[in-house]
Design a protein around this ligand. Structure first.
Ligand code: ATP
Length: 242
């Protein structure tokens, strides 16, 4: 179980971006973190995955805990070794490497090298398109294909928790549906716990078990997905269906 407790984060020692952020991601579940632009969703993911320091960000209060252990003091590589892996927003694949080499790069912190081939097959099982494109230079992939590659690379790290930052960003609606249904299958078949940050509330809530809504650095509402989908404010402000 991943737990964020009363977290405060500052950038450049002056800008307070998270102002007492708390959430929980139970083992084996998909949790959606929703909210408008600038609410602090990406910052929350970076605080979990140890990527804040490289951006001059700092946890000034609260903590992140994973399986009972504080991880908010660890650096990014140590967090990956604990089993928490963040797929980057904007995809950020290694453009000059082939698709397959990008996938192998996802496994660089692992010691059990003998299983790599098996895990590669598994990624291709979920993303047959990546197998077709395995020798292609990653920079030439479409946005949707790069998103698949980013998730596949995450799987190669054999994470217990996969953190996804806006997987729908800049991708055609049909492909968004396909990618989200694959994310759901990875959760169901591999048991991978997933925390997905999204501005597209409709698609995120279509696969999640539980949702949190964030505004201005803290959680303003949370609940099981059925409850959120029935809420009038959520319908009006986040789903555009009221
Ligand atoms: P979006 O969906 O637009 O990515 P978000 O909810 O993920 O929004 P964050 O990216 O976490 O929000 O940003 C929260 C606030 O922190 C914003 O006001 C942003 O300008 C600020 N911020 C983000 N990164 C930095 C940084 N490296 N240095 C200074 N301020 C930052």
């Amino acid at each position: 179980m991943l737990k964020v407790n009363n977290l405060e984060v500052m950038y450049d020692k002056v800008i307070l971006v998270l102002k007492g952020m708390s959430m929980e991601v139970p083992k084996g579940k998909i949790v959606a973190l929703l909210g408008s632009n600038g609410a602090g969703k990406t910052t929350t993911l970076k605080a979990i995955s140890g990527l804040l320091k490289s951006e001059n960000g700092q946890v000034t209060d609260g903590y992140v805990e994973f399986d009972g252990e504080r991880i908010s003091t660890l650096d990014a590589e140590q967090v990956v070794k604990k089993g928490v892996f963040q797929c980057m927003e904007g995809r950020r694949v290694f453009e000059h490497l082939s698709v397959e080499d990008n996938l192998y790069a996802g496994a660089h912190t692992r010691k059990d090298r003998s299983q790599l081939k098996h895990d590669l097959e598994k990624v291709y099982h979920y993303f047959p398109k990546l197998e077709m494109l395995k020798n292609r230079q990653a920079g030439y992939l479409s946005g949707g294909e790069q998103q698949m590659l980013a998730i596949g690379r995450g799987m190669m790290a054999r994470p217990k928790v996969l953190l996804l930052d806006e997987p729908s960003l800049g991708i055609a609606p049909l492909l968004v549906k396909e990618i989200f249904s694959i994310i759901k299958r990875i959760n169901e078949e591999e048991g991978t716990t997933i925390l997905v940050v999204e501005q597209n509330a409709n698609v995120a809530l279509s696969i999640a078990h539980y949702g949190y809504i964030m505004e201005n650095g803290r959680i303003v509402m949370d609940g099981p997905v059925e409850q959120l989908l029935a809420n009038q404010d959520v319908k009006e402000f986040y789903l555009g269906t009221s």
